[in-house]
Design a protein around this ligand. Structure first.
Ligand code: AMP
Ligand code: MG
Length: 495
């Protein structure tokens, strides 16, 4: 009894604003308990930033929350309804294997969704078992934390527990639950769901809620068309987000409209992976046979998804249908230019360029062309340029006359700015990650964890990825490319 009293409180402090939205948006539901939960990983820094006590979270009661076996006080678990275009085809969806526990309110007044992924079947499950396998949940943990380390808006991973219950996939896998932390889980598909099956009042309620939660600046300005502003702001955030993906070579893999968060965070890490050899046609996902979600196609798909968002908002944009469409088209037409500006600004930084010159885009494009031609590694090329270490690189590109003349142009370009060489070098260091979660390194970490219960490989990888711009000697080891194989790397949807 005494010991119990001495135990620190976990610090859960829930509000449930989503549950106050129209009921058609969700189904209240208790997670299905699991037989013998065990904590696999806990993100202690994230726990602390959420106002949670890591020690209490690791106690049996704490772990029971991550397993869905215990509902913390103040939580109101629910499965969210949504729809989405999956590979271009519209479907009714929803949390088929996830539950929102509620929103953790931090001492600073921030609000974060706490979601259990893999918590059992829901009314939205359709065919699946509502569960998740350990490998894919650890994979989401690693890649989402790597994205955070890279400074890219993303959902985060607080914990993974194993359930003690094997699940059937191609082979039998250990079952697991991921606790995901997000600005929210409102998706383009959430709007599509209400636009298709709800009322205009419900659509307005969802839009007002989204504005208040993620775009408070619209709220305070009292502009006459706040829904048009919402579309414009979401467009900006997506353009900025996808530019960041492109700049580090991140391939989401399944950019269905249900996997695009209105908050502007990267969400739903399934078949995602980082590109090594530079090639816009790179696809890792086993189910993406047409290359719809290839690296080079991501900016276009971002625009396509935003058009679906705009369609869902039409009834709120104007009472006259034709005028609503005109407003939507005007807003959407900003996307391509905005994306290009974000991308170009990022690329300039990767090359140490501060000011703008007309020919910068040509300089960048010709480097990329060369990288494609010589199958250069995307990340390591920029690291070599940053560290002025092109001579030590194995890739043929660096020895060619083509590269030498490009290099001269680039160096001449760097002189045409006021900033010092040192400042330029620093800008490059801050813009070019020394490490990314390379596929073979991720697989190695997952293999050790899943087959041997050895989490040390994953922990070392996470440590290196948490500070990718540091350029430490330890990171060098993680820059090595995978051994050449005849088989391309393949990723799966992780269901
Ligand atoms: P995703 O491809 O992970 O974005 O998921 C697409 C849809 O399939 C979502 O509605 C998920 O909830 C659902 N889903 C994925 N895996 C499962 C599963 N194991 N059981 C039930 N539903 C699932
Ligand atoms: Mg999804």
């Amino acid at each position: 009894m005494k010991d119990n009293q001495a135990l620190p409180q976990s610090g859960w402090n829930f509000d449930n604003s989503y549950a106050r939205l129209p009921q058609s948006l969700f189904t209240p539901l208790i997670p299905i308990p699991v037989s013998s939960p065990s904590l696999a990983v806990l993100n202690e820094p994230l726990a602390a930033s959420l106002g949670l006590n890591a020690q209490a979270l690791q106690s049996p009661d704490g772990v029971a929350v991550f397993a869905g076996n215990r509902i913390p006080e103040g939580a109101y678990p629910l499965a969210q309804a949504y729809a989405g275009h999956q590979f271009g085809y519209f479907n009714r969806l929803g949390d088929g294997r996830a539950l929102l526990l509620g929103e953790q309110m931090t001492l600073q007044g921030e609000r974060f969704d706490i979601q259990l992924k893999g918590s059992g079947v829901t009314p939205y499950s359709r065919n699946g078992d509502g569960r998740a396998a350990l490998g894919p949940m650890l994979r989401e943990y690693i890649i989402s934390e790597a994205m955070h380390g890279l400074g890219i808006p993303t959902t985060r991973s607080l914990a993974v527990v194993t359930t003690g219950q094997p699940i059937q996939r191609e082979t039998e896998q250990p079952g697991a639950i991921l606790t995901r932390v997000a600005a929210s889980h409102i998706r383009v598909g959430t709007f599509q769901y209400i636009a298709q099956w709800g009322t205009i009042e419900e659509l307005r309620a969802l839009s007002d809620y989204t504005i208040q939660r993620h775009y408070a600046e619209i709220d305070s300005e009292e502009k006459d068309n706040r829904y048009l502003q919402l579309l414009q702001e979401v467009t900006q955030r997506q353009a900025a987000l996808i530019a960041k993906w492109q700049l580090v070579g991140f391939i989401h893999g399944v950019m269905n409209t249900d996997n695009m968060a209105i908050s502007g965070e990267t969400i739903d890490y399934g078949p995602c992976a980082f590109m090594d050899t530079y090639d816009p046609a790179t696809v890792f996902s086993s189910i993406d046979r047409q290359g719809r979600y290839a690296y080079g196609n991501q900016p276009y798909i971002g625009g396509w998804n935003l058009a679906r968002f705009a369609e869902a908002l039409l009834p709120l944009l104007h009472e006259d249908d034709a005028q609503a469409v005109t407003l939507a088209e005007e807003a959407l037409s900003e996307y391509t230019g905005s994306y290009q500006r974000y991308w170009l600004a990022g690329m300039r930084a990767k090359l140490g360029i501060f000011n703008e010159e007309q020919q910068d885009e040509t300089l960048i494009e010709s480097l990329l062309e060369m990288m494609k031609k010589y199958r250069a590694d995307y990340t390591n090329t920029f690291v070599a340029l940053t560290l002025d270490a092109t001579e030590s690189q194995e890739n043929d590109m660096f020895g060619t006359a083509e590269f030498v003349s490009w290099n001269e142009l680039w160096h001449a370009r760097l002189v045409r700015q006021q900033e010092s060489k040192a400042a330029s070098h620093q800008l490059m260091r801050n813009s070019n990650p020394a490490v990314i979660p390379r596929n073979h390194r991720v697989e190695e970490a997952l293999d050790a964890a899943v087959t041997q219960g050895d989490y040390s490989v994953m922990e070392r990888l996470l440590a290196v990825l948490s500070n990718p711009y540091e350029n430490t000697p330890e990171q060098e080891e993680y820059c090595a490319l995978p051994a050449q194989t005849s088989l391309p790397y393949r990723t799966y949807c992780g269901t």
